[in-house]
Design a binder for this molecule. Structure first.
Ligand code: GRF
Length: 191
């Protein structure tokens, strides 16, 4: 029997993946979303959390990077695992040390290609298109001090047709994210 786990979700924007996660774990027997955190008070994902009655916290760059305040909130909420779902800031070392191999991110391409600084949102799909790739997909990986370079946990692919625009590629990739992120988080937590 696994110990009950409590997930914190970090997001910066829309939060469509976060909502899939909230819904998937809503009545889960051993995994609960205990807290949602954001650097952006206007993030749509915060409203989605409120709909699910999940507590939310907003932080400034200073609180995040120069203090242990966020870490204290995570400890107070008895968080065991951190899930990044469209979170745009790099995770500071105090959190990486406090949650070793317990932070997961989703990237909307097949790492190690199309990752790194500046590779987010539509830019990723534009780069895939410009490189004439015939496949793209999603990568779930653990988070370390470097963007997009932690251990790869899961990848899956979809086809890119010559006629696909970056927006169409984005739609295909988002469908993969919504299908796979919640159950893969469950497996990762229960491993
Ligand atoms: C997703 O494409 C994810 O791969 C990336 O940021 C995007 C977040 O989308 N890390 P949403 O906010 O979940 O709609």
């Amino acid at each position: 029997m696994n110990q009950p786990a409590r997930i914190a979700v970090f997001l910066s924007g829309n939060g469509s993946n976060a909502e899939k996660i909230f819904s998937y774990f809503k009545d889960h027997s051993s995994i609960k979303v205990g807290l949602v955190l954001s650097n952006n008070s206007g993030a749509q994902g915060l409203q989605r959390a409120i709909k699910f009655n999940i507590p939310t916290r907003i932080f400034t760059r200073n609180q995040f990077r120069e203090s242990d305040e966020v870490l204290i909130w995570l400890k107070e909420a008895e968080i065991t695992h951190i899930v990044l779902a469209g979170f745009l800031w790099m995770i500071p070392i105090n959190l990486i040390k406090a949650f070793p191999n317990r932070i997961i991110n989703i990237h909307p391409a097949l790492l190690p290609k199309f990752g790194g600084k500046g590779m987010y949102g539509i830019k990723v799909h534009e780069a895939v298109k410009a490189a004439n790739e015939t496949q793209t997909g999603i990568t779930l990986h653990e988070v370390n001090e470097k963007y997009d370079e932690g251990k790869i946990i899961f990848q899956t692919t979809c086809n890119v047709l010559p006629t696909d625009t970056p927006f169409l590629i984005a739609e295909k990739v988002q469908a993969l994210e919504h299908t796979h992120y919640p159950p893969e988080i469950e497996k990762w937590v229960n491993q």
